[in-house]
Design a protein around this ligand. Structure first.
Ligand code: ATP
Ligand code: MG
Length: 367
């Protein structure tokens, strides 16, 4: 590692450095921190002279009132929280690299980043890391669809100094994205904290109706942020988890039950509305689980299906990486379209499939 970490972080260099993993991307060596250590964010990367800080965790409020007025002192901007995967893009020694949340240089996302005018941006802001959500139907990590995007697409929600992690203010960031043709996340206006409560409720009602995830509320300087999500995404998350019921922890279910319960109370739901919410949630949990047990009973495989498209070398290194980290892939389609390799694959949910199989054949459970 070329950099002395103790100069940048409040930690002993050797103690911190031992937690970094070494990896390479196209011959470039880099080190990434897969878990938070000594107060340094998960996903922090060191490569050559550059340090790219991990993306910080965003706290959640369970009630908007008084959650929002208590958390913020001045005006806040309401931005849409998009449901894809977090990506940080930086230029190091002339190479534009895209890092996943845990700091791995993703070849697929790196190649996608080349479709945006990032070089022009980095010519003017070389020390900036562009943080955004990668959304869209054709990506290797998430399965949420957005009607307005047809292929994998970037939406920027932060510009930060890559070494200090300091964000550019919300207004300046949105202007800069505009000026450099970098697509930004949708926004729902700026309000004083008290007035923001109603504006967020309106935004949430609209997003919920459209099956979208929620909002991230930000102070003008971009330093304080909280998130709040729709019932639609709570159900979608549950449905997504329970078609592989043994692949997700129980904490995942509990967190969403609690979010729904607080939302029902805050929205002042009458008995019928609350009962309907309860039914919808129950269906989101149980029906996918039932369907998956049936699928296993019939010898079908279960898991998330993704399609990826890109230059053959990129797709090959993505699939190799997945296999190297132990994912079991079922390749359902593997063709070439206009020089791109197009692969549809399922990340087979082995743990759930095996457990379901075990119980279907009469296995016992200790509970
Ligand atoms: P953590 O709890 O560590 O943040 P997580 O992935 O579970 O991890 P999420 O509930 O998905 O967290 O919420 C935070 C993520 O939301 C961010 O990491 C970012 O990828 C995503 N996101 C989407 N839209 C925005 C936005 N407008 N502003 C900030 N983050 C956004
Ligand atoms: Mg997310």
């Amino acid at each position: 590692m070329d950099r002395d970490l103790s100069v940048v972080f409040d930690a002993d260099h050797d103690e911190l450095a031992e937690h970094f993993e070494r990896a390479t991307h196209r011959g470039r060596e880099y080190f990434y921190l897969p878990d938070e250590r000594h107060g340094v964010e998960r996903g922090t990367v060191v490569t050559g002279d550059a340090i790219v800080r991990g993306f910080p965790s965003i706290p959640r409020v369970l009630v908007l009132d008084p959650g929002i007025p208590d958390f913020f002192e001045g005006p806040v901007t309401i931005e849409e929280k998009l449901n894809g995967y977090n990506v940080r893009i930086a230029r190091v020694d002339g190479d534009v690299l895209a890092f996943t949340r845990s700091g791995y240089v993703c070849p697929f996302t790196t190649s996608l980043a080349a479709e945006y005018p990032l070089d022009v941006f980095f010519d003017d802001y070389p020390e900036t890391v562009v943080c955004g959500e990668l959304i869209g139907p054709e990506n290797p990590y998430t399965t949420h669809d957005y009607e307005e995007v047809e292929e994998a697409a970037l939406r920027v929600f932060d510009l930060r100094n890559r070494e200090t992690g300091d964000p550019v203010s919300v207004d300046r960031r949105r202007e800069r994205c505009d000026a450099y043709d970098l697509p930004a996340v949708p926004a729902f206006g700026t309000h004083e904290p008290d007035a923001a409560v109603d504006a967020i409720r309106d935004a949430i009602a609209d997003l919920d109706e459209r099956g979208r995830e929620g909002v991230v509320v930000k102070s003008a300087d971009g330093r304080r942020t909280v998130k709040y999500t729709t019932s639609a995404i709570h159900r979608a998350d549950l449905a997504h988890a329970f078609d592989k019921p043994f692949d997700y922890g129980r904490q995942f279910l509990f967190a969403r039950v609690i979010r729904e319960a607080f939302q029902s109370v805050e929205f002042g739901e009458d008995e019928d509305t609350a009962r309907q919410r309860a039914r919808d949630m129950g269906e989101a949990i149980l029906l996918p689980a039932i369907e998956s047990i049936r699928a296993v009973e019939q010898g079908e495989s279960i898991g998330d299906t993704h399609t990826v498209r890109g230059d053959p070398a990129t797709i090959e290194s993505l699939l190799n990486r997945f296999r190297a980290v132990g994912l079991h892939l079922d390749i359902e389609k593997d063709t070439y379209e206009d020089g791109d390799r197009v692969v549809r694959f399922t990340k087979v949910a082995d743990a759930s499939r095996d457990k379901i199989g075990h119980f279907l054949s009469g296995g016992t459970i200790d509970e």
